[in-house]
Design a protein around this ligand. Structure first.
Ligand SMILES: [Zn+2]
Ligand SMILES: [Zn+2]
Length: 257
């Protein structure tokens, strides 16, 4: 399995990262993608990707910090994107739930980072919360800026919305919330998405799946997301394992595994 969205760069793992990565093989994990959310976490993610063979990274500024995004950050992401371990630009997007940055600043940082991804020739990892209509409009207006692929991570929209973004070429990534009891909307999408268009992730340290809800999340728990997907799609666990990893290799072309 490949956990396509982890925040191993989070300070909560500063004492345990070595141990977590050493446990990948035993947990059935081939690789994980360490996702940045601001400039400082991007520097940590890149450093971890260089240090640990099965760790890759994505560089970007999260919509929460959209107001702090500068062209100097974009230039740095573009320069470092030549590193073989940098496989995507992200996570970038819109979050109108928390509104931690003014909405125009979120939109501006998102579009400017789409340009970075286009110049870098890399796919984008999109964070979306409570801004579905606006995100769809932006994606429809800027098709030339994600020609190297895109994924909507921790997908939490409807099946109809999934159909719209699948039509734009997007991958859909499932995280811990799929394992929660009240996950009917996500379950419907999990049954609907084509076999060649989904990914799995933990988004650790957040969103710990059942049966570990309440504990600190970790990449090994991506297994529970895969198990739930297999049950919903009525296929063997091994099918989800193979399909999800194969899809990750297609989207993130630089994964060296
Ligand atoms: Zn996110
Ligand atoms: Zn994340």
């Amino acid at each position: 399995m490949i956990d396509t969205h982890v925040h191993l760069n989070d300070k909560r793992y500063s004492d345990t990262a070595d141990e977590i990565v050493a446990g990948f093989a035993a947990a059935g994990l081939e690789a994980a993608i360490d996702i940045a959310y601001d400039r400082a976490s991007a520097e940590r993610a890149l450093e971890q990707a260089r240090r640990y063979a099965p760790v890759y990274c994505a560089l970007g500024v999260h919509p929460h910090d959209g107001k702090d995004y500068t062209d100097a950050d974009g230039d740095w992401f573009l320069r470092e994107s030549r590193d073989p371990k940098v496989v995507a630009i992200g996570e970038i997007g819109l979050d109108y739930h928390y509104d931690l940055s003014p909405r125009p600043a979120q939109r501006d940082a998102f579009i400017r980072q789409l340009h970075v991804a286009e110049k870098a020739g890399l796919p984008v990892i999109i964070h979306l919360r409570e801004a579905a209509g606006e995100m769809l409009d932006l994606l429809k207006a800027h098709k030339n800026l994600y020609r190297h692929g895109l994924v909507l991570h921790c997908f939490s929209e409807t099946r109809e919305y999934a159909r719209e973004v699948l039509n734009l070429g997007a991958y859909i990534s499932f995280a811990g919330p799929l394992t929660f009891k009240k996950a009917e909307k996500a379950a419907e999408v999990a049954r609907y998405v084509p076999a060649d268009r989904y990914l799995i992730e933990t988004d650790c340290p957040y969103l710990t799946p059942e049966p570990h809800r309440g504990e600190l999340n970790q990449p090994a728990y991506v297994r529970f997301v895969a198990e739930r997907l297999a049950a919903l799609r009525n296929v063997p666990f091994e099918t989800v394992e193979t399909e999800a990893a194969g899809n990750a290799r297609v989207l993130f072309r630089k994964l060296g595994i």
